[in-house]
Write a protein that binds this ligand. Structure first.
Ligand SMILES: [Zn+2]
Ligand SMILES: [Zn+2]
Length: 258
């Protein structure tokens, strides 16, 4: 069994084909998935997925790539996170790749999410791109280690991964790890302790080999798991069991194996 720790099943790509996507997921042995919020406007759709499907969970947060989403208050996030199927706050973080200019609002928004996570006692789903140094600094300054979380779709260096692990965070690998061009990332996937790893699709984006370039979906997380297992020289089964129990431990869900 596998869990997709990060997907966007509320996006338009899935609007007309959710039943078939969920069936493919089950057929692939992917028993659960975490549906990630990117704006509070879209959040009700994400929550509705988790409410309608026993094996789907949700998060609440505003992604750093949405400059027009406005100011997010820690109080509102913490309040929305009270729902039992909301496992985490996010996705949040910093993205200096997609957006440039004065990004102080992004850092403020990230801080608000960390404060919300600390207020409600739920972990964080962190997105970081071309901004590792500031991401780690703000995590330290805001005491993110108190709640922990996951560095999702990890693409940074081993040094950054180790710093995140030291801050009580897990490292989640996406389909990028299957790309032959991702040499240094593949080294990170070998080096991080097994009890610190998650796998994800980030679907509809970043489909792994052999589906690269197509619409990604949770079923394809098995290709990510197989690749990470192969890199580490272990059975995919072992990697699947470890990442599933890591997911259960981080997000405090204890009925995954039923
Ligand atoms: Zn992301
Ligand atoms: Zn995402």
């Amino acid at each position: 069994m596998l869990v997709d720790s990060h997907c966007h099943l509320d996006f338009d790509e899935f609007r007309d084909r959710l039943p078939e996507v969920l069936a493919a997921m089950a057929a692939a042995g992917v028993t659960h998935a975490l549906c990630i919020s990117v704006t509070l406007t879209e959040f009700p759709r994400v929550l509705a997925l988790a409410e309608a499907h026993e094996n789907l969970f949700a998060t609440v947060g505003v992604h750093p790539d949405y400059p027009d989403a406005g100011v997010v208050s820690p109080e509102e996030l913490a309040r929305l996170a009270q729902h039992p199927k909301i496992l985490a706050i996010g996705e949040t973080g910093l993205d200096y790749y997609r957006l440039t200019g004065d990004l102080e609002w992004q850092r403020d928004r990230f801080r608000a999410h960390i404060r919300a996570a600390r207020a409600c006692g739920k972990p964080l789903v962190v997105h970081t791109r071309s901004a590792a140094e500031d991401t780690l600094r703000i995590m330290r300054e805001e005491g993110a280690a108190a709640v922990g979380g996951v560095m999702h779709c990890f693409t940074e260096t081993l040094e950054v991964a180790r710093a995140a692990v030291d801050l009580n965070f897990l490292i989640s690998f996406s389909g990028i790890v299957t790309f032959r061009s991702a040499g240094s990332l593949r080294e990170v996937a070998k080096a991080i302790p097994l009890d610190r790893i998650l796998v994800e699709t980030d679907s509809p984006y970043l489909a792994p080999v052999p589906h690269r370039g197509r619409t990604n979906e949770p079923a394809f997380v098995r290709f990510v798991a197989a690749e990470v297992a192969q890199l580490r020289g272990i059975e995919t089964d072992l990697l699947a069991r470890a990442t599933t129990s890591n997911f259960a431990r981080l997000f405090r869900v204890n009925n995954l194996t039923q």
